[in-house]
Design a protein around this ligand. Sequence first.
Ligand SMILES: Nc1ncnc2c1ncn2[C@@H]1O[C@H](COP(=O)(O)OP(=O)(O)O)[C@@H](O)[C@H]1O
Ligand SMILES: [Mg+2]
Length: 330
Amino acid sequence: MLVVGPNGAGKTNLLESLHVGTQGFSPRTRNDASLIRFGREGARIALHGDHAGSPVELNVVLQVGAAKRASLNGARLQAAEQLRAEVATLVFTPDRLVVVKGGPAARRAYFDRALSRGTPTQAALPAEYAAALAQRNASLRGISLGYSTREALRPWTERVADLGAQLVAARRDVIAALEPLFAARAGELGLSDAALRYEAHPPSVESLEARLDRDLDRGATGLGPHLDDVEILAGERDLRTFGSQGEQRLAVLALLLAEAELVRERRGVPPLLLLDDVLSELDPERRRILAERLPAYGQALITTTSAAALPVEPNQLVEVEAGEAGTVLR
Ligand SMILES: Nc1ncnc2c1ncn2[C@@H]1O[C@H](COP(=O)(O)OP(=O)(O)O)[C@@H](O)[C@H]1O
Ligand SMILES: [Mg+2]
């Protein structure tokens, strides 16, 4: 589906609402109140669709000053974010460049989300590790301040070592599964010899204890997957520092397409793809390659300011214009 309209018409708003409606949260902000139209008390997103051959109905309601609510086929979910376990949505926005360009934390967050989406049984692992790490760090500071003991720290060290090793293994698994798909999609888009290299630091009880004095000084655990990075390479070039802006975009797009294939393979249903302003950043040849590839991925929505930017006829064209009452769809 191609969503066309001038700047400021509300294309990104529409795409964001599809993300909130299918995943329970915005890809842009954690501040749900900013998703509500200025001056209004609430917002509602209702979606009807087909999921693996069965009809599906999703509802998300946002209200100023209240927790958001979501339901799936009429049944209320405990948390709107639970929609993620039901429907997979992958999004490309120009901000996503941070995955290639930004610091290690942005890449860890990205690959941990990919891990959660691609391996639903381990979806909670990154958060469980982060929680154990926070407890261990609090305990380290407690020892320095004299209200905790090394004995009390021990269970947290064991837990960080255990969950840390599991997290490293799960990341290795998802990165190994993504890599050949990433290299293939990147190659088609003209980025040759693309590769992912995961630099892992699996912690063990022994290695954590060996550096205990340093960790006590810093009040933080200085070893483990919370410090890892994933290099995104083209040949031996690290695209973070040596990639052009255009190559960095292609890498983000290739990662998204790779993940779409992985999600389809592992969950049996292709994800919904939301591609915001992706065409304006590609040359005509790469637009054509992307346009020819997309139909293989299930449902995709692309926003653009000009319908001519897509070199193929879209299945559905939605024109968006800014109106008095908000965005108008035709
Ligand atoms: N919470 C809000 N309530 C009302 N308008 C908003 C809100 N948030 C953003 N906008 C406005 O919506 C307009 C459309 O934005 P956007 O969807 O980004 O346009 P496009 O992607 O078509 O260029 C912008 O002018 C923006 O200021
Ligand atoms: Mg926009």
